[in-house]
Design a protein around this ligand. Structure first.
Ligand code: ADP
Ligand code: GLC
Length: 477
């Protein structure tokens, strides 16, 4: 079976969030199940040249804006699977990955180029697996191509939602020159008076997934469907949740090269060294008995930063350190700066995208990891935390609800703490509960071990994807 996974970000090449982790891990996991999986992404300026080789494919003919744009494609196996990176400096040589007025044009080009590439290589995919709105263009184009392009007639599509709030909206007048001006494509894009690449993908794909079971239910409700809940309800027999896995080649405290000392469920000693190292890195006093609560996330409303802002004073009143790593909205960056300035001996911050090492050092050195998300399709950091003996405190939403089980001291079961209402008081109560057990070393160690020994590896998730691919290949379009 041939699978082409398309993504706008892929570890280790380019990353802003969890999508990159998933797109970097799944093709490798599929290959471990003996499937011929490749990953395709844009060739951004930011990509570390060390991950690229000299291998390029020249002059892939991409039909674009009424002509043909010969396109160079770079090859690299750095993601553990054959990777192809589409070069188009006018679109991808920019300071950041997203956030431009022509993002729809950039990723429509990327999408078209992926299909042109497979054809140029005469590598006929059984499955095109698109992720999030940037790949919605490829999914709908594939459906259109099946009508007139025999090469793509047998190919089927899977479209995965990592975050339904990002919908790839753009001026519908652009549909014409992007090549989607005629029905039915044109109509499938139309949403709230504009065009939406996400909606087009959701309608056109042969099957749909999202990244946890709970989120698959949530997006079918008007509260969390961002206007597309009706469509997901209508397609519910083609829509399932598959919880993301963890790439334990990358996130493993026993082998992690980024952390001060390695440790395991059997021998947790190294974690204390990681804690001291973390305090040092953030310029905080060397007080290893004081608990560290940490957060690593994009600074957006989704991640619950409004709750943290409201609870900031009370969090420090508990006597904890707080360490935050994040990039995003200015209002939250400003809040973190103010919080740090008000208590520089207790609050450590890093504003910006730090890359992998610091994220690993925080996972390893912190005691508790906070994810008070308003919504969370899956969330990876709670699973990383568990592996690093850092106890997650989360809001029970989406994948957080699926992967975190409240600690039950009587049975010694559970791997973290979760609260339900999106309120400051519910958050603070859970933090206090966690701190109570932090003071009971036996219970705490039990909880750490419960989390560390959970198997959230990609292997099980990859198997589910394989079942879905096989199912789509069997069913008529
Ligand atoms: P989301 O994809 O919504 O951002 P996830 O929990 O799925 O949330 O994944 C976030 C990923 O991005 C994790 O691997 C996390 O370590 C990483 N990350 C987020 N913000 C930063 C940052 N500022 N610097 C480094 N890594 C970050
Ligand atoms: C999105 C979601 C996050 C999820 C990630 C990978 O960015 O916000 O919850 O873990 O995609 O699927």
């Amino acid at each position: 079976m041939r699978v082409a996974l398309l993504s706008s970000e892929v570890v280790p090449f380019a990353k802003t969030g969890g999508l990159a982790d998933v797109a970097g891990a799944l093709p490798k996991a599929l290959r471990e199940h003996d499937r011929d999986a490749v990953v395709i992404l844009p060739h951004y300026d930011q990509i570390d040249r060390g991950f690229l080789t000299d291998k390029v494919i020249e002059n892939v003919p991409v039909e674009w804006r009424g002509g043909v744009r010969p396109t160079r494609v770079w090859q690299s196996d750095a993601a553990g699977a054959p990777g192809y990176l589409i070069e188009a400096p006018e679109y991808f040589s920019r300071p950041s990955i997203y956030g431009y007025g022509d993002d729809h044009e950039r990723f429509a080009f990327f999408s078209r180029a992926t299909l042109a590439l497979c054809k140029h290589l005469d590598w006929q995919p059984d499955i095109i697996h698109g992720n999030d709105w940037p790949c919605g263009f490829a999914v709908i184009e594939l459906r259109a191509r099946r009508r007139y392009d025999s090469f793509y007639q047998p190919t089927r599509t899977l479209f995965s939602i990592h975050n339904i709030a990002y919908q790839g909206a753009f001026d519908r007048r652009d549909l014409w020159w992007l090549g989607f001006g005629d029905p039915p494509e044109r109509d499938d894009f139309m949403f709230k008076g504009a065009a939406s690449a996400l909606k087009a993908g959701l309608i056109a794909a042969d099957a749909l997934t999202t990244v946890s079971r709970r989120y698959a239910e949530e997006v079918q409700t008007p509260e969390q469907g961002y206007g597309l809940d009706w469509l997901l309800r209508a397609r519910r027999n083609r829509f399932v949740g598959v919880t993301n896995g963890v790439d334990y080649d990358i996130w493993n405290p026993e082998t992690d090269p980024h952390i001060a000392a390695n440790f395991s469920a059997e021998d947790l000693a190294g974690k204390r060294e990681c804690k001291l190292d973390l305090l040092r890195r953030f310029g905080l006093p060397q007080e290893p008995d004081r608990p560290i609560i940490a957060i690593v996330s994009r600074l957006v409303a989704q991640k619950g930063y409004d709750l943290i802002r409201q609870a900031a004073g009370a969090i420090l009143d508990t006597g904890s350190f707080f360490i935050a790593l994040g990039a995003g909205d200015k209002e939250y960056e400003d809040f973190l700066q103010r919080w740090h300035d008000s208590a520089p001996q207790r609050v450590g911050i890093y504003k910006g995208y730090a890359g992998e090492p610091l994220a690993h050092q925080i996972e390893a050195g912190a005691d508790m990891f906070l994810m008070p998300s308003l919504y969370e399709p899956c969330g990876l950091n709670q699973m990383y935390s568990m592996r690093y003996a850092t106890v997650p405190i989360v809001r029970a939403t989406g994948g957080l609800d699926d992967t975190v089980e409240n600690f039950d001291p009587e049975r010694g079961a559970g791997n973290g703490f979760k609260f339900y209402p999106y309120t400051t008081s519910a958050l603070l109560e859970k933090i206090r509960e966690a701190l109570y057990f932090y003071g009971k070393p036996e219970a705490w160690t039990q909880m750490q071990r419960n989390g560390m020994t959970m198997d959230n590896s990609w292997s099980a998730a990859a198997k589910k994807y394989l079942e879905i691919y096989e199912e789509i290949l069997k069913s008529p379009t």
